[in-house]
Design a protein around this ligand. Structure first.
Ligand SMILES: [Zn+2]
Length: 284
């Protein structure tokens, strides 16, 4: 055996250890059945509700939750916050930027459950706006589940509202699955985690339907609505991509809620979100 060959064999054998650099991380054992964890990813404090078509709403503040869907076949993140973890000073102080206030970075909340970003198989976001995509780069190693129209506006040269490209720029090279624009996508193939197109707020806005074994069916609505007051009205935000599409998506989802019996969770509904269990507690 030549010297070169021996060197190659040693290098091959040593590389997995060298790459680890410290004790090996073991991803948490997948749960036996579907679980949903909710993280606190901050609060939005708009000055008024006029951009949403209201002079007054019961609660002006908006919650910003992030979600970890833990399925027996893998984990998926759904919506990843309003402020990237890199904006935190690391001294435990909260981040306050304009109308955005965040007290906890996302990664430590994942790590408290034993997950590292590389343990997350799929990244899906309801849409690209800053308050749903801030930590997208953290999951650039996951498979990104997105509609073509949404990906197009994210990386378009033309201006787009509420877009902070630097927070999701790494997704450009991520392994990507383009989801159908007009039909449901069954993430794990067993009907328990379904991404449904609900365009209008953005070109490829989507909502998440979960069939939780004990909690029952839940629909996490992204920004189909911001305030509960928007339900049963034609009020949509002033920065809506396509109002007619939004109203059509809402009608479709409301019909689906009736036939499926699913609970509707409006992500930004502060009062409703405050009542939900937060990680490490979970829904199953
Ligand atoms: Zn939002």
């Amino acid at each position: 055996m030549s010297g070169n060959k021996i060197f190659a064999i040693i290098a091959l054998a040593a590389s997995p250890l060298a790459a680890q650099n410290g004790p090996a991380h073991h991803a948490p054992k997948p749960p036996k059945s579907l679980r949903l964890y909710i993280f606190d990813c901050g609060v939005l404090k708009p000055a008024d509700a006029k951009s949403y078509g209201f002079d007054k709403v019961a609660e002006l503040k908006m919650s910003v939750p992030c979600f970890l869907v833990a399925h027996p076949k893998g984990a998926m993140m759904w919506d990843v916050g309003v402020v990237p973890d890199s904006d935190f000073k690391g001294d435990g102080s909260p981040v306050s930027q304009g109308f955005m206030e965040v007290s906890k970075p996302l990664k430590p909340q994942l790590e408290a459950l034993g997950y590292e970003p590389e343990d997350i198989k799929y990244l899906a976001m309801s849409h690209y706006h800053i308050d749903h995509s801030a930590n997208a780069n953290m999951f650039a190693g996951s498979t990104w589940l997105v509609e073509q129209a949404e990906r197009d506006i994210m990386f378009s040269d033309k201006p787009a509202p509420v877009r902070t490209e630097k927070n999701f720029s790494a997704l450009k090279d991520s392994k990507t699955t383009i989801l159908p624009a007009t039909s449901d996508y069954d993430v794990f193939g067993d009907g328990t985690v379904i991404i449904k197109p609900a365009p209008g707020h953005t070109p490829g806005h989507q909502v998440l339907f979960l069939k939780l074994p004990k909690t029952g069916p839940v629909l996490i609505a992204g920004d189909l609505y911001h305030y509960n007051e928007e339900r049963n009205t034609d009020h949509v935000p002033t920065f809506e991509f396509n109002k007619e599409q939004s109203l059509a998506s809402r009608a479709k989802v409301e019909q689906f809620l009736k036939t499926s019996g699913a609970q509707l969770w409006i992500e930004h509904d502060y009062a409703a979100n405050a009542k939900l269990k937060k990680s490490p507690a979970y829904y199953e």
